[in-house]
Write a protein that binds this ligand. Structure first.
Ligand code: V47
Length: 361
């Protein structure tokens, strides 16, 4: 096996792209320290010593969702006891409270697919947010939500995105990609965007000039080969458009989901290996995120040594992963993020939702 890792290291040092077989070989190896070292070396080469974080607020407009994905504990049916749907006034009040902190720069909006809200409601929310808080950067709506808007509006992907961008949308989050394999999607999330649709939304957004994130939900029913295929699909998209700005691995959190009884949470070993392999396979993606909410802060900190260079942000009040029982906090202070990054010997870089650096420490 060390012979295989020697060959992979040689490729990396000579800027030779890793193949699917290389990805599988990395997963088959238990030399985690060496895989981590390789990922850290590539991280330094591709993205330097900054670790990006941002002062942000997560807003989830509603948890009522027609999706009913088996991996999700956040979404629920209309009328269920936890269901909520925020009015425009409530959204503005929530942002206003967070914006009392002048350092707050980023809004992240991801929500359920509400059965009754018209497309115009979302457009109006975006317009009102941008009018009320012009200095805030707005990252919103996954590819799955955009496909929902396409269906309820009868418009094309291009038309929906053009209107949202004109209203103030500046970037898109990476959710909804899950595993870009329609056999898996059919089993886990048959009611939402297909792989081709998710990719087409990202492609169109990039052509229209906005950047998007991409993610991988792993540790459920997928095979290692499907993980590698997923990474290669994203790498191909990035070759084509260059519009992916950060990649996030979401280890599946089973608590309160339909899969709770059959699947256990991934191990730290798998999480760090997956982080590192993502960095090595995604040679054309600048940023790899260690999402502290999912990983918990201590593991996110470790992940900074396994290829990650982005630790997300202060978040404010995380709901989606907490519904599934993550043990991390719902928010973190900027000081804790800065201290965590500094302790790894790297440079904390506060940024907006397009990774423009606001200040470094
Ligand atoms: O698509 C849902 C994931 C995503 C679970 O772009 C779960 O920076 C694990 O888009 N276990 C939605 N993962 C959230 C999202 C997001 C969040 C934070 C940062 C960014 C970004 C994007 O959350 C879904 C799904 O892949 N998810 N439930 C669960 N039980």
């Amino acid at each position: 096996m060390s012979n295989t890792l020697d060959k992979i290291e040689n490729k990396l040092l000579n800027n030779v792209r890793l193949t699917k077989e290389d990805g599988l070989a990395l997963y088959a190896s238990n030399d985690l320290a060496r895989i981590g070292y390789l990922a850290d070396t590539m991280r330094k080469k591709i993205s330097g010593d900054y670790v990006y974080y941002n002062i942000n607020l997560h807003v989830n407009l509603t948890n009522i969702c027609v999706g009913q994905c088996k991996f999700c504990a956040f979404g629920c049916k209309k009328g269920s006891k936890n269901a909520y749907a925020l009015t425009k006034q409530a959204v503005i009040a929530m942002i206003d409270k967070a914006a009392q902190n002048p350092a707050m720069k980023n809004l992240h909006i991801v929500s359920g697919l509400h059965p009754d809200w018209p497309y115009e409601y979302y457009l109006d929310i975006v317009k009102t947010i941008k009018k009320t808080f012009p200095a805030l950067h707005l990252k919103g709506f996954t590819g799955v939500e955009i496909m929902h808007f396409v269906k309820i509006s009868g418009k094309s992907i291009r038309e929906v995105l053009t209107e949202l961008i004109a209203a103030g949308l500046e970037a898109m989050p990476g959710g909804g990609a899950e595993i870009l394999d329609d056999n898996i999607r059919q089993k886990l999330c048959p009611n939402k965007a297909t792989s081709a649709e998710w990719l087409e939304v990202a492609r169109t957004a990039h052509k229209l000039g906005i950047k998007t994130n991409a993610s991988m939900l792993y540790g459920h029913i997928e095979t290692i080969e499907q993980r590698i295929n997923h990474l290669i699909t994203l790498r191909n998209l990035q070759d084509e458009t260059g519009g992916l700005q950060t990649f996030i691995c979401f280890p599946f959190q089973p608590h309160n989901t339909a899969l709770e009884k059959s699947i256990t949470r991934t191990s730290v070993w798998d999480d760090l290996k997956t982080m590192a392999i993502s960095r090595l396979m995604l040679d054309n993606v600048h940023n790899i995120k260690a999402y502290w909410v999912m990983l918990t802060l201590p593991i996110a900190m470790l992940a900074l040594g396994f290829g990650a260079n982005d630790i997300d942000g202060t978040i404010g009040n995380e709901k989606i992963m907490h519904a599934a029982g993550v043990s991390s906090q719902k928010a973190l202070s900027k000081d804790i993020l800065i201290r965590t990054i500094k302790e790894t010997g790297r440079i904390p870089a506060e940024c907006d939702c397009n990774f423009n650096i606001i200040r470094t420490f």
